[in-house]
Design a protein around this ligand. Sequence first.
Ligand SMILES: Nc1ncnc2c1ncn2[C@@H]1O[C@H](COP(=O)(O)OP(=O)(O)OP(=O)(O)O)[C@@H](O)[C@H]1O
Ligand SMILES: O=C(CO)[C@H](O)[C@H](O)COP(=O)(O)O
Length: 313
Amino acid sequence: MSNRPIILGIVGDSAAGKTTLTKGIAQVLGEENVTVICTDDYHRYDRTQRAEIGITALHPDCNYLDIMQQHLSLLRTGQPILKPVYSHKTGTFEAPLYIKPNKYVVVEGLLGYSTRAARDAYDVKVYLAPPESLRASWKVRRDTAKRGYSKEQVLAELEKREPDSEEFIRPQRQWADVVVSFYPPSDATDGDNPLLNVRLVLRPTIPHPELTQIINPSNPKLTRAVRLELDRDMGKPVDALEVDSHATSEQVQELEHLMCNEMPNLKSVCDRDSNPELGKLVGTTGEIIQSNPLALTQLLITYHMLKAPQIRQ
Ligand SMILES: Nc1ncnc2c1ncn2[C@@H]1O[C@H](COP(=O)(O)OP(=O)(O)OP(=O)(O)O)[C@@H](O)[C@H]1O
Ligand SMILES: O=C(CO)[C@H](O)[C@H](O)COP(=O)(O)O
């Protein structure tokens, strides 16, 4: 089918930032063009049952991965699904939802790359890997504010989940085309809420924008806060692009133009005036923060979504 939806996967551990990044991408692509699927809806057991059985939500046996896989295959060919619904508010299941895929589908969750058939459904695969200490602080803040847990409960849950994180979640990093790690700068002074840098691991599994100009020493202005280097990730050679939080808008825009000039469709996205939400984040006290590393991450992923129709079989 030539005009099937383009499917983006965003996988990572709990509170790694999947929903936050998904919202940013959907905003850039136009909410009306995007169907968002959270794979938490494929949990096999509700919260009480999980506690009784002594299984964590991260374990493959705790999820209907076969049904998730079937649904991904249906969405890939543009067909509708009847999706289960899990509520984080109540910890129980609600009535299923009829979902017809839009032009773009973003599938975010814990175990999206855990089977070969599921992995085959995506056009672009992203894995989120913040440092564990940052993820823990995000999880404490989010679960106490929005999911009705105490700080002690969240910390105990993180400890209980660690073996499953190690066995089932983190190995999925190897399947990603892009690994995104937001991290605090080494000289961060802003308590637990510093503006974050980003490191983007670019695997040669999809064609990335031509960015080698960045490592050209004739452009030293760009190399300070924006760096591209050759590296290894899980033993395999990769490019690693780093953008510091103090990169100026001018520096970031130079990088953006390298991407945007290659992709005519992306030009309208790159225009900050028509996309004022690019890189915007809600801070701890509800304040709006502008993050250039986030803006660039959103743009790179959007680049791949827009480019996917040109390279799909
Ligand atoms: N790029 C970021 N910069 C700053 N804070 C972030 C960023 N991404 C996520 N956070 C913080 O981390 C919290 C958890 O993020 P989010 O809800 O997106 O995680 P998730 O991976 O979708 O979690 P879950 O799988 O448990 O639903 C957010 O409420 C936000 O406070
Ligand atoms: O890791 C998670 C992903 O969001 C959740 O904790 C998991 O979905 C279980 O949900 P709950 O915390 O509501 O019991």
